[in-house]
Design a protein around this ligand. Structure first.
Ligand SMILES: *Cc1c(COP(=O)(O)O)cnc(C)c1O
Length: 364
């Protein structure tokens, strides 16, 4: 038996269809999970083994399990889209598989082979395909693949037993209110990642480090936080879970360069490609908060948007701190922002040609 042979144990007590239909009619991000989960185990002396699809349910864990103490964990976020003909697709899964491997390397976790990652999504769709919502109102099924250090041992070293799991949740728009611009809190006394740290890894610790500033932002009417570089608090890096783009009046677009502290967003990478396809110049470089402040004031910067799998593309209307409020484009969604959002979601839902072969069919 290879690790690609998934043993499937069906949930004998699945969510009643009427209840599932009600959830799919109005899904709340991450609130309800499907009926199954994937588990693949890794042991130092055996490698990856025991690939299974099992009923969704709690993880039995020893209180000494390493992940609970030292935070050795990584995750991914990727969606399944239903097309008009009923088929189910996903977007650039090799890119997510690669990123999971990079995150694993940084966090001293084992690298899951790309084929196993993609097969794990297929396997979950095989049993939970009915959980992928109809293609309307930006509904999708959000996969959350993750790896955790699952060895019972309080000593400090890389775990010798690890679990890879995939769970899934039907989701609607991440930010309710459609293409309404969001307000962003500028974290002035809190950083999420430093040089040679874990900023490029998709790991829970980065999120834990962002939550205090996130709470402060929420208290100040902001839905997300923007982090600056840890060393000088001068350069714009990214939001707690999204990358940033700045659109200039003369037509070019700027996004902070990947310098080891910024997460390598797959939406970011896709948008750079789509923008360049349109003949738009995209600069990946350092951007200071000062440049953005004065650029917005002088109308040099006309649009700002944030991007990520969960929220796709979201216009940024305001950057805010205790000292200031920077209002972009009259707090209205920008034209390019709306166009790029339409193009990207169009590719994902199969209504815009997929020129770059980004879509992979998971089920007919
Ligand atoms: C996941 C994530 C993103 C967005 O990445 P996508 O691949 O586009 O979903 C951006 N920043 C952080 C910190 C993230 O964790």
């Amino acid at each position: 038996m290879t690790i690609m042979d998934f043993k499937v144990t069906r949930n004998q007590n699945p969510t009643p269809i009427s209840e599932r239909d009600a959830i799919l009619a109005n899904p709340v991000f991450g609130a309800k999970l499907t009926d199954h989960q994937v588990v693949v185990v890794w042991e130092k002396d055996r490698g990856w083994n025991s690939a299974e699809v099992i009923p969704y349910g709690p993880i039995m864990m020893d209180p000494s399990s390493a992940v609970l103490h030292y935070g050795q964990e990584i995750f991914e976020g990727i969606k399944a889209y239903r097309h008009q003909d009923g088929s189910i697709w996903t977007f650039r899964p090799e890119a997510n598989a690669k990123r999971l491997q990079r995150s694993a390397h940084r966090m001293a976790l084992p690298e899951l082979p790309t084929e196993v990652f993609i097969e794990s999504l297929r396997q979950l769709i095989e049993v939970d395909g009915d959980w992928v919502p109809a293609p309307e109102g930006e509904k999708t099924l959000y996969f959350r693949p993750f790896e955790i250090a699952a060895e019972n041992f309080l000593g400090v070293r890389a775990a010798q037993r690890v679990e890879y799991r995939v769970i899934a949740s039907p989701v609607g728009p991440y930010f309710t209110g459609g293409l309404k611009p969001v307000a962003i809190w500028i974290a002035l006394d809190s950083a999420r990642a430093g040089k040679h740290g874990t900023g490029e890894a998709k790991t829970g610790g980065n999120y834990a480090a962002s939550l205090l500033a996130q709470s402060e932002g929420l208290e100040n009417g902001c839905s997300q936080v923007m982090f600056l570089d840890a060393e000088s608090a001068t350069y714009i890096e990214e939001l707690g879970g999204m990358n940033l783009f700045f659109v200039y009046k003369d037509g070019h677009v700027v996004t902070p360069a990947l310098d080891g502290t910024i997460l390598r967003g797959i939406t970011r990478d896709s948008l750079i490609t789509l923008l360049r396809d349109r003949g738009i110049e995209v600069q990946e470089r350092k951007v200071t908060l000062d440049e953005v402040r004065s650029g917005v004031k002088s109308d040099e910067i006309v649009e700002v948007f944030a991007c990520g799998t969960a929220a796709v593309i979201t216009p940024v209307g305001i950057f805010k701190s205790e000292q200031e409020e920077i209002v972009i484009g009259g707090n209205e969604p920008g034209q390019l922002t709306a166009q790029m959002r339409q193009e990207l979601t169009g590719i994902q839902y199969g209504t815009v040609p997929d020129r770059h072969n980004w879509m992979l069919k998971l089920a007919d």
